[in-house]
Design a protein around this ligand. Structure first.
Ligand code: AMP
Length: 228
């Protein structure tokens, strides 16, 4: 079934994507968002947007992100609180990149209620380390519309140029090798404990993300359908 009505009926659907940088969370969240008509909320995209606009949040976040560290929890929780209160989130939403720490998970509970809700799904996308490195080092990004590509596995039609808005693609500062190591360390130390946390608290499903995006997506949708 395509279109999301089954999920929209009876209350908001909330979906969280856990997984290391480079696991494919953004790709899967984007596809699910289009198919299920649910808003995708990417905290990384929101922060990069804030940086591009030069807002106070962006100014605070930029040096932290450039070092591959996590932005403070209180800023992220406030950002999500405001974002999910908007009209377009009333049928639910997909969180891509939040929560990333235990305090953020607690913050989400305060904002959106307890996990006993049977429309609260947590997907944990798992990918081996070498593949993460390959994906992150080959990733290219459009600074205007935030589309992402990969030089080998998902190249744009014209090399180095965004298919959607013709802007020149760049490598994100934090996808450079020295910063990637720090991001992966942050993931191991601060985000991975969320797997234990959600394993016992929600409709939790781990997915092998080391497969073609279509295959992963079908599994995801199959899981959601099976849980209706
Ligand atoms: P992403 O695009 O999801 O890989 O995020 C890029 C960067 O934004 C991360 O390395 C962090 O510096 C920051 N960031 C994104 N989401 C969060 C979050 N939930 N908590 C703290 N920092 C975040």
């Amino acid at each position: 079934m395509v279109g999301g009505s089954a999920f929209a009926a009876g209350g908001p659907t909330r979906i969280i994507f856990l997984g290391s940088p480079g696991a494919g969370k953004g790709t899967q969240a984007g596809r699910l968002s289009a198919e299920r008509k649910l808003v995708r909320i990417s905290t990384g995209d929101m922060l990069r947007q804030a940086i591009a606009e030069g807002t106070p949040l962006g100014q605070q976040a930029a040096p932290i992100m450039d070092r591959g560290k996590l932005v403070p929890d209180d800023l992220l929780i406030a950002m999500i609180r405001e974002r999910v209160s908007r009209e377009d989130c009333q049928n639910g939403y997909i969180l891509d990149g939040f929560p990333r720490t235990l305090p953020q998970a607690h913050g989400l509970e305060n904002i959106a209620g307890r996990e006993a809700d049977d429309r609260f799904f947590v997907f944990n996308v798992e990918v081996p380390h070498a593949e993460l490195m390959r994906r992150l080092s080959g990733r290219r990004w459009c600074p205007k519309c935030q589309s992402t590509y990969h030089v080998d596995s998902n190249p744009p039609a014209k090399a180095g140029v965004c298919d959607r808005c013709s802007t020149k693609l760049v490598q994100r500062e934090d996808d450079k090798e020295s910063v990637v190591a720090k991001r992966l360390q942050e993931y191991e130390e601060r985000t991975k404990p969320l797997i234990q946390y959600y394993m016992h608290h929600a409709r939790f499903h781990s997915i092998d993300g080391f497969r073609p995006a279509d295959v992963v997506f079908r599994e995801l949708v199959g899981y959601l359908e099976g849980q209706r």
